[in-house]
Design a protein around this ligand. Structure first.
Ligand code: NAD
Length: 387
């Protein structure tokens, strides 16, 4: 069973040639890794980032397997990406690249086989292009991707789901651990889809968001930032540091700033053995995937910092994707209130089962979350006769 669960079912690398607007031909490499499908179709996002490689995609695909099992949605785990920096590319170039990539992986994806979604540097528009490229061959297939625009079968609530789910889990933790959220100062690294929604929902609840950052750096205000007035910067992908009246900080300083709750919501491996000791937050909610290295996790554990692990904290995205996929398959639309209510139920149930496991066995939340996820996948794999 260990051998089955530690390796991927399928890993593919594909060539993605793109003719740039200036006539130059660039050949990018794209990846799709399907880690385990014992519990349902493979599911996971697509990221466009220069550091994307088979190893990273493979690790993220396995996290998806444990995450879908932990929140008990009927999916397996997958991840994909292209090693590219899309920032300097025109929309036409990104569209061409997306269509090429979709065609190149079209033989391994499918509504009941593997359903991609957005991740770092991809969004609803990228999903629309993927859906269109796939539908051109297979007929209208909205359920082939999730995180689509509402007009093409996307679900109202899905875009906010990961950030909102982070807040639902934090709320559940605050009840369990007697934390008064309105007394807390929150710092969030990353102001993209996940970070901006988490910040906005927290601000709406009257929680003080004291620090925010993006790729270019961060801003800090001990009295709290006016999150709604900053949201246009996230949408336009303009730097937060353009805003006046706040202290400008680096991304490293944000992680170590004076706050109670830290929410890493950008890239992985940002909390390491080099900075873990200087973290001042008493609670970390891992909105990003794998923000904490194994060494740092141990240091934080010794310091008594509570860490709500990624596969639990950011599972609102895949739970929301499940709602969107189910609606597409049924050709039925839910209201956003129903979406958010179902999301809250899924997240609270997953938090409760994890915290009960952790407390009853005296293990960390991370170990508990993995144990629950792995056990569920192993059970399904055994029943299907994999082992
Ligand atoms: P995004 O592209 O919308 O936003 C990423 C944010 O991180 C941006 O503000 C960007 O400026 C910032 N950033 C990029 N590089 C940085 C760096 N080197 N230092 C600091 N900040 C940097 O991406 P997203 O969808 O919000 O995803 C963020 C994280 O959440 C990722 O780890 C992703 O895997 C994870 N996640 C996303 C979803 C989802 O539904 N979008 C679901 C689960 C997990």
């Amino acid at each position: 069973m260990y051998d089955v669960l530690k390796s991927s079912y399928r890993e593919i690398s594909v060539q993605v040639p793109v003719r740039l607007d200036n006539g130059e031909l660039r050949v990018f490499t794209g990846y799709r890794v399907q880690h385990n499908g014992a519990r349902g179709p493979y599911k996971g996002g697509i990221r466009y980032h220069p550091t994307a490689d088979l190893d990273e995609v493979r690790a993220l695909a396995s996290l998806m397997t444990w995450k879908t099992a932990l929140v008990d949605v009927p999916f397996g785990g997958a991840k994909g990406g292209i090693a590219v920096d899309p920032m300097g590319m025109s929309p036409r170039e990104v569209q061409t690249m997306t269509r090429r990539f979709t065609n190149a992986i079209s033989h391994v994806i499918g509504v009941n086989r593997d359903i991609p979604a957005p991740d770092v540097n991809t969004n609803a528009q990228v999903m629309a292009w993927m859906m269109d490229a796939f539908s051109g061959r297979q007929g209208y297939t909205p359920a082939i991707v999730t995180g689509k625009p509402i007009e093409l079968g996307g679900a109202p609530g899905r875009e906010a789901a990961t950030g909102r789910g982070v807040v639902y889990v934090l709320e559940a933790a605050s009840h369990r651990w007697d934390i008064n959220l309105t007394d807390c100062r929150v710092a969030i690294q990353g102001f993209g889809n996940v970070g901006s929604w988490a910040a906005s929902v927290l601000h709406g609840m009257g929680v003080k968001v004291v620090a925010l950052s993006d790729l270019h750096g961060g801003i800090y205000n001990a009295n709290g930032l006016d999150v709604p007035s900053l949201l246009h910067l996230s949408v336009a992908r303009r730097p937060l540091t353009e805003v006046g009246g706040c202290e400008v900080i680096t991304n490293e300083e944000l992680l170590e700033c004076d706050c109670d709750i830290l929410i890493p919501a950008a890239l992985g491996d940002v909390i390491t053995d080099r900075n873990a000791e200087r973290i001042r937050a008493h609670t970390i909610v891992e909105a990003a995937n794998h923000p904490t290295t194994t060494e740092a996790d141990k240091i934080l554990g010794d310091m008594g910092v509570r860490v709500i692990p990624d596969i639990l904290a950011n599972a609102g995205g895949v739970a929301g994707s499940y709602f969107e996929w189910a609606q597409n398959i049924q050709q039925f639309k839910w209201k956003e209130e129903r979406f958010n209510q179902e999301l809250r139920d899924v997240m609270i149930k997953a938090f409760d089962v994890t915290v009960e496991f952790a407390e009853s066995r005296d293990v960390s939340m991370r170990r508990a979350a993995f144990a629950i996820g792995i056990e569920r996948v192993a059970k399904a794999a055994r029943m299907r006769g994999y082992v």
